[in-house]
Design a protein around this ligand. Structure first.
Ligand code: NAD
Ligand code: UD1
Length: 344
């Protein structure tokens, strides 16, 4: 069985990925400082998969501890979810974001090098494309970011590319998965996204309005150059996203020689507007989602959706779940856990 270190494995995407890893015969070891997650998430995953999951409380900034973990386990590879992700906070506290997201990754890569573990999957983001020149967005598109969170992801990508390029004969297998907009939850309704504060992202905001925690949604702008004037994004079910990570690991496992660095989009290839998502949520769940049209949010772009061709060709991965399923699964999680992991 291949042992995988899953940094940030207690978080939203990490917890869903644990299930898919176990289903496909990998053995995850979670490494998380719980700065934005709860140990309850791991307990819930254990109930879903009906087995114990190795969990180590630790910080990727703590290189000594990471070294100890690598001494105690023989890893096939690492999936690196651990990171901070709040765009607004990153603008106010850039050092915190560069420290955690960039220095944390450097520590991890150094320890991996020391132990000869060279299979690495990185949580990147569509944010590295900034305001796209062409749609759908292909992996070779120009990259640019406007906020420290995005810059930290882009900086890590540059580090990973340089690392891969530093060798005449590659020994690293690095896949940078550029996620589009993950939403939804496991079909059990027992794990899901649990924002610690008022949500910044659209779907958790909608579901908190529906459950009565928030009064109404503000739709940030209805004058974009899009069919209904509201922002268009490529929403992807978190379970599809999780499966993409396992496909990436399987791709690495079957290589006979190392390939260096590969960036791969994980998206559906379809755009959905803010009002379309609200409409789908209301019609699939029967809940009310009152909203007002508000000014544009600074830094937002009109439209962003992926070309999902490379993931299909290289990994044999395609997203399966539609917007309706994303809404139903989000609502099951939110309605069963109105206070997230703190409610029951
Ligand atoms: P999350 O906050 O739910 O999960 C991240 C996990 O990392 C948390 O459990 C947190 O406690 C842990 N963590 C943070 N800093 C750590 C550190 N220094 N040491 C150890 N653990 C640490 O976020 P998520 O939505 O699951 O995102 C996972 C990754 O994917 C992040 O790197 C994020 O930037 C990236 N990403 C997320 C999205 C999204 O919309 N959710 C989109 C693109 C990329
Ligand atoms: C945001 C982040 C991006 C990150 C991504 C996924 C910003 C500027 N960008 O992108 O870096 O990678 O999340 O985590 O924060 N909307 C509303 N009302 C709301 C919330 C959002 O109308 O209360 C709209 C937005 O204007 C946008 C769409 O909904 O058109 C999606 O927003 P969001 O979920 O925040 O994702 P992104 O903007 O794609």
């Amino acid at each position: 069985m291949k042992k995988i270190l899953v940094t940030g494995g207690a978080g939203y995407i990490g917890s869903h990925t644990l299930i898919e890893l176990i289903k496909l015969g990998f053995e995850p070891v979670v490494y998380d400082n719980l700065s934005n997650s709860s140990p309850v998430a791991i307990e819930r995953v254990e109930q879903i998969v009906d087995q114990k999951i190795a969990f180590i409380k630790g910080d990727v900034l703590d290189k000594t501890h990471l070294t100890q973990v690598f001494t105690e386990h023989e890893f096939f590879g690492v999936i690196h979810f651990a990171g901070l992700k709040a765009v607004g906070e990153s603008v106010a506290k850039p050092l915190k974001y560069y420290q955690n997201n960039v220095s944390g990754t450097l520590n991890l890569l150094e320890v991996m090098t020391d132990f000869g573990v060279k299979n690495f999957i990185f949580s990147s983001s569509a944010t590295v494309y900034g305001d796209p020149e062409m749609l759908p967005i292909v992996e070779t598109a120009r990259r640019s970011c406007t906020n420290p969170y995005g810059q930290s992801k882009l900086t890590v990508e540059y580090v990973l590319e340089d690392l891969a390029k530093s060798e005449r004969v590659p020994s690293w297998n690095i896949i940078s998965l550029r996620y589009f907009n993950p939403i939804g939850a496991d079909a059990s309704g027992t794990i899901g996204e649990d924002p610690s504060d008022i949500p910044n992202n659209l779907m958790p905001y909608i579901s908190q309005v529906a459950v009565g925690k928030l009064e109404k949604l503000s739709v940030f702008g209805d004058d974009y150059d899009t069919p209904d004037g509201t922002g268009v994004r490529d929403y992807i079910h978190v379970v599809d996203l999780a499966k993409g990570h396992v496909k990436a690991l399987e791709y690495i496992a079957k290589q006979t020689s190392a390939f260096g660095f590969e960036p791969i989009n994980l998206g559906t290839g379809h755009g959905t507007s803010v009002l379309e998502l609200v409409g789908a949520f209301v019609s699939t769940t029967g809940q009310n989602v009152p909203y007002v049209i508000a000014p544009r949010r600074a830094g937002d772009i009109a439209t962003c959706y992926a070309s999902a061709d490379k993931a299909k060709t290289l990994l044999g991965w395609t997203a399966e779940f539609d917007i309706e399923r994303m809404c139903v699964d989000t609502w099951r999680w939110q309605s069963q856990n109105p206070q997230g992991y703190h409610s029951n």
